[in-house]
Structure formats: structure tokens, C-alpha cells
Design a protein around this ligand. Structure first.
Ligand code: PMP
Length: 419
């Protein structure tokens, strides 16, 4: 049974200024970046208008206010992702602000990995990883003399217990995996991977870029040691990323960016790092962006709410899949079951290059993504022609009309090539 949500009605669109600027646009590329509601745009402006000062540097009240704005978002994020102590208090100092998921994952691979990796060790990742959870591990393995091992799902994106048992063993020090694939839309069993690597005394790194926008994420339930996501995919501004990590692991790691704001003291010959998280936050932060990220996550998790997001997105994906499978010239990547897709449907139009598909859809005011989606090893492994595919991604602010425009657009793509 699929969620009975009225996808003809759209109580959300009016809160997103871009949709009034572009009436009739069908924006089906939220996996690349989400649209932002007015409250987030207002927050960014409000920061500069009412509390702008360089945080941390000043002892005057405006600067203290800016610092407090950042601290309060740290607490909010820790609480949101279940990074709390035994009494339920958020472990705010475990939240590091970066520029994006890529930087967060690079930080783990560059700063933490060298503290545990030795020659001959293994790092395991899935073949479904975005390049930003793949190249940093190639580099970390190269630097440490370790081996990168790929967990390969079935062609529909399921990681079997056999595959997990075969690839995670005594040599595995780190497993890094996305919680939701940005190509197949499938949910990866991160909890199982975490149990398997912890049984070997290793560590679990979770790329939550595609999960935080769609579902509640709890680092305790996942068994994560590190978790990364980007504000811009979760209704927040571009340029703000989050890395959560267990305090003792962050404390043991050296910073990979150095400079202002991240030290306790500096002499001619060396420096003493500031405590975590400042140790990892060299230079001036995007304070307005971080402040607006707090507003975005509050809107997402509390005002719209994950339950409403989940059921509405499920209804949209269900409808989109039911229309797509009616088109015999569409090949879906991964599962054809709608409930395996978390906001993301990748596909090809038989015999037509994905770039042509996206360009023709654009003429119909439909935005989808075409290309390798920063997952070339996955597309190679799936034997995707041209190492490319089309991807439509849905968010709760989409509606049935968006999906209908998409399907009509696809009919037009087909007839353009088969007139
Ligand atoms: N991981 C996944 C699963 C993603 O989908 C993306 C963005 N497409 C990233 C990482 C990288 O995010 P960012 O570009 O914000 O660093």
C-alpha cells in the first residue's frame, strides 16, 4: 500500500520564492540542491542586518551574539542527529562546520584516517558512493599503503549479507558508505555495515547528504562514528557543510586546514590547537549561512516534519514510477519498486543521450539532471551507456503537476527522435 497523500494539493510551494519567480517550472533536481523557503532567505538577510560581526574574534556584544548564533545551531544539529549524552543533552562540540559534504568527508579521510590506517589495512566503501565519498578514500589508502575494497550491491542496489561478510574482515579499519544513493535512490543498510566494521574494531563513516533531506537520521541508531551532510540539499544555503564525529576520534585527529581561529597559542616554532570543534574550523566561517542552516533544519524537521516529508515524497515517487513503467522505452536504473527509491529515480530513454533528454525537457520547463552524477564507478559497473543517465529527484514541495509535466516532456523527447 502506498501513502494516500493528496499530491494535487500543494501547501508548500507558496513558501518558496523561486517558484513564484518561475511559475510553472517543474523542479526535479532537488538531489543536486534543494530550493529554499523564504524563512531561510530571510534568516540569511536578518543575520547581516541585525547581528553581523566576525564570530569568535570579538569581545563586544555583537560579535558574541554572532558566536552564540553559531553555537545554538551546533546544539540544534547535535540534537537533530541524536548526538546527545546520557542525559539527552546535545553534544554540540562534536559538530564541525565545513563548506559541504565533500569537505567533511575529506576532513575524515585526511585527518582521522591517518590515525588508524596502517600499510596492509583495508577501507571498504560501496560502489554506489558519490565521488566525494570515494576519491578521499582512494587518496587516504594511497597515503597509508592501505587497500580500497568495494562492496558491490545487486544490480537493484541491495547489499546482501554475504557481500558484507565477504568484504568486511579483520583488515577492515574503516567503512564509508552513503545512507541513500544519489543515483539509485536506494537506502544502504548502514547499521549492518557499522555492526560488521565495529566487530573488527574499525570505524563507520556515513555520507548523509541524501538522507538528511528526506528522513530522520540518528547517529546512535546508525552506529556511525562520523556523519557528513550539506545544508544546501536540506533547504539551507550553499557553502555550509556539517561533519559530526565522536569526540575522542576528533580529538585524536590533526586538523587538515590551519590558520586563524583554530589555535590556542602560536609561537615561532609551532602551535597548540584549539579544542574540538574549533580545531577543524580554520578561518572565518559562513556565519550567516550557518544561522540560516539552523532555520532550514527547523523548517524541515519541525515545521514540515519528517513524517509529512516521507509520506508525501513516497506518494510522489509512487506516482512517478507508475507513470514511467508505462513507457516501454524507459529503462529504470536500480529497482523498479517505488519504495526502494528515496526521492531519486534514475533512468535512460532508450537510444537517446541523457544530455538530449535533459535539454528537451528544459524546453518544457522541466529540470532534471543528466550525466554521471559524480558516480562514475557505479555507472561503469552498471554498464550504463556513455557513463551517463538521467535523474529526476523529488522533494516534498513537488506535486502531481510536476510529475505530469515530466512525463509529458518525456513523451515529447521520444516523439522528437521518432517522428
Ligand atoms: N554525497 C552524496 C550522496 C551526494 O549526493 C552529494 C551531492 N550530490 C555529495 C556527497 C556532495 O555534496 P557537496 O557537493 O555538497 O559536497
Amino acid at each position: 500500500a502506498w501513502p494516500r497523500v493528496d499530491i494535487d494539493a500543494n501547501p508548500y510551494k507558496a513558501s518558496f520564492p523561486l517558484f513564484s519567480e518561475h511559475p510553472g517550472i517543474a523542479f526535479l533536481d532537488s538531489a543536486a540542491t534543494a530550493q529554499r523557503p523564504a524563512c531561510v532567505l530571510d534568516a540569511q538577510k536578518r543575520f547581516y542586518e541585525t547581528m553581523n560581526a566576525n564570530p569568535l574574534r570579538g569581545l563586544y556584544s555583537l560579535s558574541i551574539e554572532a558566536t552564540e548564533a553559531i553555537s545554538s545551531v551546533r546544539r540544534q544539529i547535535a540534537a537533530l542527529i541524536g548526538a546527545v549524552d546520557e542525559k539527552g543533552a546535545p553534544r554540540a562540540n562534536e559538530v564541525v562546520f565545513t563548506r559541504n559534504t565533500s569537505e567533511s568527508l575529506n576532513l575524515v579521510a585526511r585527518s582521522f584516517a591517518p590515525t588508524v590506517l596502517e600499510p596492509g589495512d583495508e577501507v571498504a566503501i560501496t560502489i554506489m558512493e558519490h565521488h566525494s565519498n570515494l576519491i578521499p578514500w582512494q587518496q587516504a589508502c594511497r597515503a597509508a599503503g592501505a587497500t580500497l575494497v568495494y562492496l558491490r550491491p545487486t544490480k537493484t542496489g541491495e547489499l546482501t549479507d554475504e557481500e558484507i561478510a565477504a568484504k568486511i574482515g579483520p583488515k577492515t579499519k574503516i567503512v564509508a558508505a552513503t545512507q541513500v544513493s544519489n543515483v539509485l535512490g536506494v537506502r544502504v543498510p548502514v547499521e549492518k555495515l557499522a555492526r560488521a566494521v565495529h566487530a573488527q574494531g574499525g570505524y563507520m563513516v556515513v555520507d548523509a547528504a541524501q538522507s538528511v533531506p528526506h528522513m530522520p537520521v540518528d547517529v546512535r541508531e546508525l552506529g556511525a562514528d562520523f556523519l557528513a551532510f550539506s545544508a544546501h540539499k536540506a533547504l539551507g544555503p550553499m557553502g555550509v557543510g556539517v561533519l559530526w564525529g565522536k569526540l575522542e576520534l576528533l580529538e585524536a585527529a590533526d586538523p587538515f586546514l590551519t590558520g586563524g581561529e583554530m589555535i590556542d597559542s602560536v609561537t615561532e616554532s609551532g602551535a597548540v590547537w584549539a579544542p574540538v570543534p574549533e580545531k577543524f574550523e580554520a578561518g572565518t566561517q559562513d556565519a550567516a549561512g550557518i544561522y540560516a542552516t539552523g532555520v532550514a533544519l527547523d523548517y524541515l524537521a519541525n515545521q514540515v516534519g519528517y513524517e509529512a516529508i516521507r509520506s508525501r515524497e513516497a506518494a510522489l515517487v509512487h506516482y512517478a514510477m507508475s507513470r514511467l513503467v508505462e513507457l516501454p522505452w524507459i529503462d529504470i536504473l536500480g529497482s523498479i519498486y517505488w519504495d526502494r527509491h528515496h526521492g531519486v529515480i534514475s533512468f535512460n530513454v532508450r537510444g537517446i543521450h541523457p544530455h538530449d533528454v535533459a535539454s528537451i525537457l528544459d524546453m518544457h520547463n522541466v529540470c532534471i539532471r543528466a550525466g554521471h552524477h559524480c558516480a562514475q564507478p557505479l555507472l561503469a559497473w552498471l554498464e550504463c551507456e556513455n557513463l551517463a543517465c538521467c535523474r529526476a529527484s523529488l522533494a516534498f514541495y513537488n506535486d502531481r503537476a510536476d510529475v505530469d509535466a515530466f512525463i509529458d516532456g518525456l513523451q515529447s523527447v521520444w516523439s522528437t527522435f521518432h517522428a
